[in-house]
Design a protein around this ligand. Structure first.
Ligand code: ATP
Ligand code: MG
Length: 147
């Protein structure tokens, strides 16, 4: 189902900046509370934060990022749009504290977990390309698995 056909939802647009992740997490939390789905807030806020962080990296300064939280009968859909035509690429990394390199000079080398975390929390993930450029990166959380 296309993003625009979601049953109900809230969408916002931001200028790409590091502040967007926190604002988008707040948007997720307030929408879910309004829909009486507070039990989803921790997982949904984490997923949204990862999708937004990726969109910020993919975007140029002052590019627009769009954030959507949708609620259908059986699931909540989290979606983030960016203008970049590059595609998310899930890296099969082992999520383990033992493999972390905590030396300060190597700290940036510990990335590559974001989408693995999203995939493990979401029941499905997908990308919807948009014209003339960009895409929605989407993740759905099923309600019945979490009540
Ligand atoms: N919105 C996006 N647009 C373009 N490429 C993306 C997008 N999201 C993810 N990617 C690509 O997929 C890769 C994997 O993303 P992922 O979130 O798993 O890891 P990361 O962002 O590199 O590191 P981390 O999330 O742990 O800080 C990214 O490095 C990037 O190349
Ligand atoms: Mg990431």
């Amino acid at each position: 189902m296309a993003l625009t056909e979601k049953k109900t939802g809230v969408s916002r647009q931001f200028a790409a900046s590091s502040a967007v992740a926190g604002l988008a997490r707040d948007q997720v939390a307030s929408a879910l509370r309004e829909w009486e789905l507070s039990f989803l807030v921790p997982d949904a806020a984490l997923v949204m934060g990862e999708l937004v962080a990726n969109a910020i990296v993919a975007s140029g300064l002052a590019d627009v990022i769009k954030v959507h939280v949708g609620f259908r009968v059986a699931e909540v859909v989290l979606a983030v749009w960016d203008r970049c035509d590059g595609r998310p690429l899930v890296q099969k990394v082992e999520l383990s504290l033992e493999t972390l390199d905590l030396r300060e000079e190597n700290f940036d080398d510990n990335g590559g977990w974001g989408l693995s975390i999203v995939e493990s929390l979401a029941s499905r993930c997908w990308v919807e390309p948009t014209r003339p450029s960009g895409k929605w990166v989407c993740a759905a959380l099923k309600l019945e698995e979490r009540r």
